[in-house]
Design a binder for this molecule. Structure first.
Ligand code: GAR
Length: 207
């Protein structure tokens, strides 16, 4: 069974969704550890309510990204995880060599548009509305050591409606995320993702 670490900084809505999918038997994996970059994050409360191991590794306690990531990676060692899932993690995660190609992120827009440093949460949806595009959506991708970059695994498009607000668009995109993230993780758990340059090929089931 795939052992997952979830890294978050905020409310933990994606964590909740993943745990629900696991509990319902639709995602055959287990969350071994939750790490928050903010000690006050509600995601830690949610993790503990689910009975999960959860710790804060506070970004503020480290002078630079390298020492912060070293502390995260040290916390991961005893848990022997096969996949790190970024779920509203607002810092740049740098995995150790053994987790290379084993880090996923979800972003609430169709990358490579509306991504990068500073593009998170409502800011993304505001930028989408301001631009006038007619579709948005979510992107699940393998994370690289750059914000919101890396080979794309799945994308789901949703319409941007004339009367949308940030809140209404965010809700539509999040509903798409709740389906796409567990599906991408299950594909990984089933060893059905193959990297070909920047492209990710999805192998047929049972192949
Ligand atoms: C997720 O919906 C994800 O799309 C977004 O954070 C949300 C979870 O955070 N991630 C990004 O914007 C990354 N660039 P939350 O649990 O704090 O709501």
């Amino acid at each position: 069974m795939l052992r997952i670490a979830v890294l978050l900084s905020g409310t933990g809505r994606s964590l909740d969704n993943l745990q629900q999918e696991i509990a319902a038997g639709r995602l055959r994996a287990g969350i071994a550890l939750v790490i928050s970059s903010k000690p006050e994050a509600y995601g830690l409360v949610r993790a503990k309510a689910h009975g999960l191991d959860a710790v804060a590794v506070s970004r503020r306690d480290y002078p630079d990204l390298e020492s912060f990531n070293a502390a995260i990676n040290a916390a991961l060692v005893p848990y022997d995880v096969g996949l790190v899932v970024l779920a509203g993690f607002l810092s740049l995660y740098q995995p150790p060599p053994e987790l290379d190609g084993r880090v996923m992120n979800i972003h609430p827009a169709l990358l490579p548009a509306f991504g990068g440093k500073g593009f998170y949460g409502d800011r993304v949806h505001q930028a989408v509305l301001d631009s006038g595009v007619k579709v948005s959506g979510c992107t699940v991708h393998f994370a690289e050591s750059r914000y919101d970059r890396g080979p794309i695994i799945l994308q789901t498009a949703v319409p941007v409606l004339d009367d949308d607000t940030v809140q209404s668009l965010a809700a539509r995109v999040f509903a798409a995320e709740c389906e796409a993230y567990p599906r991408a993780i299950q594909l990984f758990a089933d060893d059905r993702l193959r990297l070909e340059g920047q492209r990710v090929r999805i192998l047929p089931a049972g192949g």
